[in-house]
Design a protein around this ligand. Structure first.
Ligand code: FE2
Length: 250
């Protein structure tokens, strides 16, 4: 660990120095940066938000570079343990509010050899039709808009819910100001979060995005990966997202 820290920190300092030299950063600008970081760290959740917004996706790329299964993606800050257990097929509790568009998410989970995996715990969570998260915002009880599925003997799962919408990350602090100064906005495209786990397998955290929708090409977290952009298909009059998983061994 000490060796790793030595190598990484030397590279990090060298990378920052290269940027400073390239852009002829002045002492005044360095002092402004220190003040900005100090202010960020002294504001509740702001440093976490900034680090997650700019760097969480990079840790997913590190995972993806090592793995052979489905693409991982960022977790974001809104996962909660103890979502309602609904078995291999069921319904996520939703409120009749906003634009309430019913959708189905279904798929199959396999291992690297193509064998279906039963008994995988699959957490699914996503925004309300207003772009908020249950148990976090607006007093929506935490058993809404999230569920824990378990794949059946052939690795299948299926869940009915409502379509999430794009939302803005908090943009009234230093993270929002930084994005603005970079010519960027603070919106995320609509997405569904997943976390799959079973002993013997790597825990797998990912998201899916919807083909052709707003902000898919300009996510503020830069987390959209082509493989995770999925089209809706119509099945028996229902709008369906098919998300299959291939999970790496632990
Ligand atoms: Fe999210």
């Amino acid at each position: 660990m000490i060796e790793r820290s030595k190598t990484v920190m030397n590279d990090l300092v060298a990378a920052i120095r290269n940027v400073m030299l390239k852009h002829e950063i002045t002492n005044e600008e360095l002092r402004f940066a220190v003040k900005y970081l100090k202010e960020t760290a002294n504001t509740e959740f702001e440093l976490e938000l900034m680090m997650e917004n700019f760097f969480e996706i990079t840790t997913a790329h590190v995972t993806n570079n090592k793995n052979s299964g489905s693409a991982s993606n960022i977790a974001g800050p809104f996962f909660l343990e103890d979502a309602p257990d609904i078995g291999s097929e069921g319904e996520i509790k939703t409120l009749e509010e906003g634009e309430h568009l019913p959708i189905v998410i279904r798929g199959q989970i396999k291992d690297l050899a193509g064998k279906p995996i039963s008994g995988v715990k699959l957490d699914v969570w996503h925004s309300t039709p207003r772009g908020t998260y249950s148990g976090v915002h607006e007093g929506i009880p935490s058993e809404y808009y999230r569920a824990k599925l378990t794949t059946d003997e052939m690795g299948y799962y299926k869940v009915r819910t409502t379509k999430p919408v794009p939302y803005q990350i908090p943009d009234n602090g230093n993270t929002g100001r930084l994005l603005k100064s970079m010519g960027r906005h603070a919106w995320r495209p609509a997405h569904v979060h997943f976390k799959a786990h079973k002993p013997g397998l790597q825990e797998h955290i990912t998201q899916v995005y919807f083909n052709g929708e707003d902000y898919v090409d300009s996510d503020c977290c830069e987390a959209v990966i082509d493989e995770l952009v999925i089209p809706f298909v119509e099945e028996n009059g229902e709008q369906v997202i098919i998300k299959n998983f291939v999970l790496d061994a632990a």
